[in-house]
Structures are given as C-alpha cells and as structure tokens.
Design a protein. Structure first.
Length: 758
C-alpha cells in the first residue's frame, strides 16, 4: 500500500512538470503576437502595471449586477438578523425588527447619515434584481400562509368567526373610505381617481397580519384556550376575506371602474372554482400517497412548485396579482398534516430567512421618513393610526362580545386583530407600485403597521393586569409538592416521569406535576398546534396513566428558552424543576473551551463577568444553557443525564460539604432500594452519621457509608443512578474529570437553600 502511494505521488509530480513545461512553451510562443492590438487599454509605452489591471478589474467586478446583488443580500441579512434579535429580546415579534431593519437601510437612516454608502449599495439601477427576487420570496411566503390555513378550523366556529372577522373588516374599511374622502384632494387627486384610492385606503386599514397574530398567541400560550382558538380562526377567516377583497380591488383599480372590472372578477371566480373543484380533490388524493419523506422525491416537489407558479401566473395575467394565486395554491394543498409539514419545511426556511428580508428592505427603501416634514403631516399620521386602531378595536371587540365572549376576551381579540405587520406592507407595496398610494401616505401606513404591531404585546399585558386574572402564586404545602418537568425530545418525557415516580415514591401522587415542552425558534402553525402538542406529550401521558398521575401540559414557542423556563419556575413557585441534558453538558464542564486560545479566553472572561450578575443573554456567550439555569432558577433544580436509565436497583449519593438536603431523596425512594453514600470530606463524616440516625427511613441496614478513601470508580460501578449536588459536580468535573465517563445515569441537583448557582 505504501509503495503504491509513493508511485502515485511520483506520477503526479512528473505530470505537473511535463504539462507545466508544455504550457510555458505555448505561452512563450504566443507572446510574439502584438499585445497592444489585443489589449488596447495599455499605456503609451505598451505596458500597464499588474496592480492597476487588478484594481481596475476589481472595481468593475464589484459593480457588476451579480456581485452587487450578493453584497446587497449580505448587508440585508446582517441588518435583519441584528434587529430581529434585538426586538425579540425586547419581547416583540421578530417581524417588527425586520421592518425596522428595512427602514434603517433605507433613505431615512443609512441614506441620511451615510449617503455615499447608501448610493453605492442601493443605487436605483441595482434595485431591479432585488425587487424581482423579493417578489419571488413573497410568492413563496403566501404559499406557506395558504398552507397554514385550516378551513376545517374555520368551519367549526363558522358563526362566531364570520361575525368577528367580517366586523373587523367592515368597520375599519368604512372608516378608511370616509378618511379617504377627506384626504383625497390633497394626497390622491394627482395620482388616481377617488374609487381605487378609497378602496386601497380602506383595505390598508382593515387588514390583519395573521402570521404575527399567530406567533403572539403561541408565545403567550393561548393556542389551547377558547379565546386563542377563536382569535386564530377569526384571523384566518379575515385573511381569506381580505385577500379576496384585495383581488377585487386590484381588478377594479386596473380596470378603472366597477363595471369594467366585472369581467376580471368573473374570470377570477371561475379560476377559484376550478382550483377548489378540480385541482383540490386531485391534490387530496396525491397527499394520501405522498405523506412521508421516503416517498417525496424531486419530481413530486417540482410538481408542487409547478402548481404554485402556474396559479400565480394565471392570477397575475388576470390582473389580480400573483400573490393571490400563491395564496390559493397553498389553501388547496392536501389537508394531511404530515404532507403540509413536509412541504412547508422545504419552502418556509428559504422564504422566511432569505427572501422575505429582501422584501422588508425593499419596502424600507421606499419609506423616507423625511417626507413627513411638516407638523400637519405628522398630525395626519396620528389621525391614520387612531382611525386604524379605533376601526379594528371597535369592530373586533364589540362583535366578539356580541357572540358571547367576556369583555376581557373581547378586548384581547380586538388587540390581536389590530396587528398588521407584514400583510400591511404587502398591500401597501401593491398600491404603491400601481401608483394609487403616494409616497407620503405610504410612509404613514408603514409607521401605522409598526405601531399597531408593536402595541399588541404590551396591550395584552395591560388587559391582563386590569382584569386581575393572573393565577395567584401557590406556596408549597409539602416537600416537592409542585414539580416542573421540562423536556425537549418527546420520548424523554416518559423517562423523566418514570424517574420522578421512583425518586418520590408514593409522595408523587400528592404532587402537582407540570410538564412543559418548548419549541425553540420555530414558526409552528398555531392551527396545527393541538395535533403537534398531542404528539409531543403522547409518551409522557401514557406513562402518567400507568402511574395514575394527572400531569398539566404546557407547550410554548420561544426564542429564549432559558429565560422563559426560569420565569415559569419563579412565577409559579415550583419546588423542584427537572430537566434533561445531553453529552454537551458533560463536555462543557469537563472539557470547557480551550482557554489557551486568546479569543476563547476573552469570551470565557466576559461570560464569567456576566454570570456574576442576574443577566440572561439568550444563547449569547455560553454553549451550555444549564449554566444560566443553575444561576437563575432559585428553586431546587435537577439536571438529568440519561445513560440508559430504566429502574433504580441501587442508588449512589455523593455528599460534599453542605449537601444534607440530598438525603431527602433517599427518604422517599422504595425502602427495598439500597443506598450507598460517599462522603468526600472526612471531617464531615461524623456529622452525616448523626443526620442519618435522625432519619428513620434511612436505616443502617439499607444505607452504607463510604469515606473519601473509597475510589470513585469502585463506588459508581454497580449503581443505576447517581445523585450529586451542583457544587460537588463542579469539584468532580475539575478534579476527577477522567472518571466521569464511568458514571451511570446521574442527576445533578442544586438545592434551593444554596441560593443562586455559579
């Protein structure tokens, strides 16, 4: 084998030498040609420096359309991620940050403070490719929105959602048309006739951003409440109605009159009937066949995209915009949840992460806040915002109250339906491109979209506070009376509940157990949340039924897991919090970042500086989130590392200085389970012996006591579970890291009486 490798290298070297010499000879012969004829850019002396040629070529390449587009995308993605992270950290939907990023890169901020950079990045002649790509992104996004709509959910609450959704459109639409009547002479007369202007003002005020509303409901854990389900169904109905209205308004605006638009609207009705009557039944049959990753191939995915593009093309040709066709194509996709989830996964990430930010920035390039340069225009902006809020709140709130909701729920539905976000920007851009909405009104509506979306979360908090229906904090009545289990992998829920039952014994039947599952950073469709939640908790509930327990289920979508879990444990005063950890937990403590590297050392120093304060930066500087949780959760926290756990045959407890509270775990375990205690401090041995004598459940025949002279590897050899305090775990990871690999499944516990961890 070694001889063959040597021969290969020799052959490779000979090949390079021979062909290199031949190439040099050909090039040398070619130098006989008159280079000045072939390179007219040479200087008078027939020679230009290589550096000048390189610099000229580099300058030309940077302004070429393709590199320019890529540079624009790089700048956009960086700005969008930064602002999205900032606003999510402030408790606001990330879409607000993405819209603000577009304004920041537009003429209002970048163009004002750095005009040279703005002109280089976003000169008018370079925006055509950016606009086209952003429109493709919108087509994909509307396809996803259509797939997230479940018409069955709307039908289940048809009477309520019909009243709420249409009242939340009709009332603000009417108020918008009235407002258009008063502002048309100054803002619309020079652009278009009154009818399309009034219709676009009306639809811009009456639109609701279904994706933003859905995300707020998810983050506030309202998806399984009657109010949350009603708000989602109403928003979905609102979405369908608004897009149908928008298609009709576009047809009227392009035709110039209501009568001329009849033909376009008639063709659109035929198109919709064909899609739902012919294509949808066909797609339903396909969905039953292609509902798992093993059978979905590239040919099938290309067929789905073909349906999407043909549908968008037809509606664009009919004059009702390609986005309506994309929306309808998504709605007619098969109802099979697994099918929709598979297709959404293939489309959503690219549409949301790459293409949509381009649309936000393109909108920002059209948003020049400097156009509102008089007090009168800012007063007009305030009037538009007030009319928008009043129309939505009046229509949605009073209609919700009429169908039987409480005033609290009605106000919350009104606030949620008042969000506009991305859907508003889509309508505005359509009106702006058609020349119906002037630049000043465009800017006013962008501000309105930001304001109404931003106010949603604080308004919901105010309503909850005013009505005073927050759950009172319950004080623990017995040891580990309130237990919180946080799990990620659905299969681990069963294991955690089994572990609790063995640790707590009969006491667990008197405990209030809450299981929480966090979906991290995922825009899960709330219409499918019920089925997704059922799948996530299925294994845990099976185990709960076997044990005869009642477990309270919680499901949240979050971008800052550690903060939310710590807040939940603190606000509801749980006695014991149990969570899992994978191999990264051990690596982070046993083999922390290589501090000999300057950058890692500096990050470690900053992280330690931050950890000494009660700050929580979600996923910022620390790899292992358990460090933050050990610091922030003040109740007893247990982190379980599963290494094939099944049943506790023999349990080991490692006791260090101040670990007396760990003995309580031994009191509740099955009396037939032997317990081995290992004392790491010889001076503490007499004290622990005295404490054991005072605990009748830990009789000498059941408990064996080992001193610090016992080798750790011998102590853990025959154990099925090891319990160690967090302080002792840090010492073990620092001093005996090599022996941790021989540990069985183990539980690292930070008792509540130890205060905050490190």
């Amino acid at each position: 084998m070694a001889n063959q490798a040597k021969r290969n290298y020799i052959f490779y070297a000979v090949m390079l030498v021979v062909f290199g010499a031949l190439l040099w000879a050909v090039i040398d012969l070619g130098n006989a040609y008159d280079v000045r004829t072939l390179l007219p850019g040479l200087g008078a002396d027939g020679w230009t420096s290589p550096w000048s040629l390189f610099r000229t070529g580099l300058s030309e390449q940077m302004t070429h359309p393709v590199p320019m587009l890529l540079l624009q995308i790089i700048a956009i993605l960086i700005a969008v991620r930064f602002f999205s992270f900032l606003f999510k950290y402030l408790g606001q939907p990330g879409v607000i940050g993405e819209i603000v990023a577009g304004i920041a890169l537009g003429p209002s901020v970048l163009g004002h403070f750095f005009p040279g950079t703005f002109q280089f990045l976003f000169s008018p002649e370079t925006l055509v490719p950016l606009n086209i790509i952003s429109q493709i992104g919108l087509v994909l996004f509307m396809f996803v929105i259509g797939m997230e709509l479940d018409l069955g959910v709307i039908r289940k609450k048809a009477s309520e959602t019909l009243v709420i959704s249409h009242a939340s459109i009709i009332v603000p639409f009417f108020m918008g048309v009235v407002l258009a009547y008063f502002v048309y002479p100054e803002f619309g007369a020079g652009h278009t006739t009154f009818l399309p202007f009034a219709l676009f003002i009306g639809i811009s005020i009456s639109i609701t951003a279904f994706p933003v509303l859905a995300r707020i409901i998810q983050e506030r854990d309202l998806t399984r409440t009657p109010m949350g389900r009603l708000a989602i169904a109403s928003a979905a109905n609102n979405d369908v109605t608004a897009w149908c209205m928008l298609a009709a308004i576009i047809a009227i605006a392009k035709a110039g009159s209501m009568l001329s638009a009849v033909y376009t609207i008639g063709c659109a009705i035929v198109y919709v009937l064909f899609m739902f009557g012919v294509i949808r039944p066909f797609m339903r049959k396909i969905g039953n066949l292609y509902n798992n990753p093993e059978v979905i191939n590239k040919t099938f995915v290309s067929f789905i995209f073909l349906v999407l593009i043909v549908s968008s093309y037809i509606t664009e040709v009919l004059g009702i915009h390609a986005l309506f066709g994309a929306f309808v194509a998504g709605v007619i996709m098969p109802d099979n949840l697994s099918f929709r989830r598979l297709i959404t996964e293939k489309v959503e990430d690219v549409a949301l992460v790459l293409f949509l930010p381009l649309f936000f920035v393109f909108t920002g390039l059209r948003t020049e806040l400097g156009l509102l340069n008089t007090p009168e225009l800012w007063i007009m902006c305030g009037v538009f915002i007030a009319v928008s809020i009043a129309g939505k709140m009046l229509g949605a709130t009073f209609s919700a109250r009429f169908v039987g909701e409480s005033w609290k729920n009605s106000l919350e539905i009104g606030v949620l339906m008042n969000t506009r976000g991305l859907m508003e920007l889509i309508v505005l851009n359509i009106g702006y491109e058609m020349g119906i909405i002037p630049s000043s009104i465009f800017v006013i509506f962008v501000i309105m979209a930001l304001f109404t979306t931003f106010m949603a979360t604080p308004s919901l908090m105010v309503i909850e506070k005013l009505y005073g229906r927050r759950k009172k904090k319950l004080r623990p009545q017995s040891r580990h009376n309130r237990i919180l289990v946080s799990f990620g992998n659905p299969a681990s829920g069963r294991t955690f509940l089994d572990l609790l039952s063995q640790l707590c014994g009969a006491n667990i039947r008197n405990a209030k157990v809450t299981a929480v599952h966090y979906t991290i950073g995922t825009d899960l469709s709330p219409l499918n949340t019920g089925e997704f939640t059922a799948d996530s908790f299925a294994d845990l509930q099976d185990e709960a039924r076997r044990l005869g327990l009642r477990v309270d289920e919680r499901h949240y979508v979050t971008d800052h897991y550690t903060k939310d879990l710590a807040d939940l444990a603190r606000n509801e005063t749980y006695d014991f919090v149990l969570m899992g950890a994978g191999p990264s937990f051990i690596r982070e403590y046993v083999r922390p970042s290589r501090r000999r590297l300057v950058l890692n050392s500096e990050l470690q120093r900053i992280n330690e500086l931050i950890s000494r304060r009660a700050w929580t930066l979600p996923g910022a500087l620390t790899v292992d989130k358990t460090r933050i949780l050990f610091h922030d959760i003040t109740s007893t926290l247990g982190v379980f590392v599963n290494r094939g756990f099944s049943r506790i045959g023999r349990i080991g407890i490692l006791l260090g200085e101040g670990d007396s509270s760990l003995l309580r775990f031994g009191e509740t375990i099955d009396p037939d389970t032997p317990i081995d205690l290992m004392i790491s401090d010889a001076d503490a041995l007499p004290r622990y012996q005295a404490e054991l004598a005072a605990l009748p459940a830990l009789v000498p025949g059941r408990v064996t006591l080992s001193g610090p002279d016992t080798p750790l590897a011998d102590f853990v050899r025959d154990k099925q579970l090891l319990i160690v305090s967090y302080a002792n775990w840090l010492r073990l990871a620092r001093n005996t890291a090599g022996q941790i690999d021989c540990f069985p499944s183990f539980l690292v516990v930070k008792p509540a009486d130890q205060g905050r961890g490190k």
